[in-house]
Design a protein. Structure first.
Length: 304
């Protein structure tokens, strides 16, 4: 089982429109999706045939709408109702020119809520994986989650940035997935090049990360493994329709490939394919499109 944790899920109102500030803007199309990075990972995992469950919180009528949409998609979930009330957030995603997002804040978490979430993790076993991703409303909660999971021996995946990532590295996550800009920001480096990115990935390993997967957007991704093997993979050229969720799909594809093969190169290959398939789609890619793209992904091992 692959569990995902989304502490601040959303209802994503996605519209196609070219924004002109100060004017009334009309949409060309619109859709509503359940949102949040962990939820995206779970939906993509399910599409790829993996057993998954989305854990986290939800609040009010909007939170119930998120649950209903997940039910409609057939994605198993356990989103706890927040004790403090309120409403889960709504995010507005503009997929036209320029691509723009307005993300809501979401309700506050209470200690009671955090304790209930930690209790859900008692079912996790060694053979499971747990993905913790998205903006950390509470860095101590993220650390508590990783510490609680450490005793199980399961594989933990961490997809967050900034101070949350720094503070969680000491918990030795199995995999972290910054993009190149996030990697540079961690070290105060702008316009990071590939070779510099590899060196900084080594630094993150010194801080506690076991495996470092760095997404490069249209240039693919590289993976630095804990046994110091470096793999690089290309992306597939195509018409990009949407970048929201591409990084989440990358994680889902990677975990699917790794669970199926225990091979890092194959995991990276399927991860890149899932990310590309999502970028070429209106939302998250399908299993069919992912495996079609996979045939064009080339992974090579680079001498470190």
């Amino acid at each position: 089982m692959i569990y995902t944790i989304t502490t601040n899920p959303s209802l994503d109102y996605t519209v196609e429109a070219d924004l002109i500030p100060g004017q009334v803007n009309r949409t060309r199309s619109e859709a509503i999706y359940p949102g949040g990075k962990g939820i995206n990972v779970s939906i993509m995992l399910q599409r790829l045939g993996m057993e998954t469950r989305a854990l986290g919180f939800a609040a009010g009528h909007i939170g119930q709408a998120i649950r209903d949409l997940l039910d409609d998609l057939g994605c198993p979930h356990q989103l706890l109702e927040l004790s403090g009330g309120g409403q889960s957030r709504i995010n507005v995603k503009f997929t036209g020119r320029p691509e723009t997002a307005v993300n809501g804040l979401g309700p506050d978490l209470q200690q009671e809520d955090m304790n209930h979430l930690l209790e859900l993790l008692d079912v996790v076993h060694r053979e499971d994986s747990v993905v913790l991703s998205g903006w950390a409303q509470s860095i101590p909660l993220y650390i508590s989650i990783l510490q609680r999971l450490a005793s199980t021996g399961c594989a933990t995946v961490l997809d967050c940035s900034g101070e949350a990532l720094w503070q969680c590295l000491g918990c030795r996550p199995f995999l972290i997935k910054p993009n190149l800009n996030e990697l540079g920001s961690l070290f105060g480096v702008e316009d990071l090049e590939y070779a510099e990115g590899v060196e900084l990935a080594h630094q993150l390993q010194h801080e506690g990360a076991r495996n470092v997967l760095v997404s490069l957007g249209a240039d693919g991704a590289f993976l630095l493994t804990e046994d110091q093997r470096l793999f690089s993979a290309n992306a597939v050229p195509g018409t990009v329709r949407n970048t929201v969720g591409a990084g989440d799909a990358l994680i889902a594809g990677f975990l699917t490939g790794f669970h199926e093969s225990s091979d890092f190169a194959e995991a990276l290959r399927l991860g890149i394919a899932a990310g590309c398939a999502t970028a070429f789609d209106e939302w998250l890619g399908s299993r069919e499109s992912t495996y079609a793209v996979r045939e064009y992904i080339r992974v090579e091992e680079v001498t470190v």
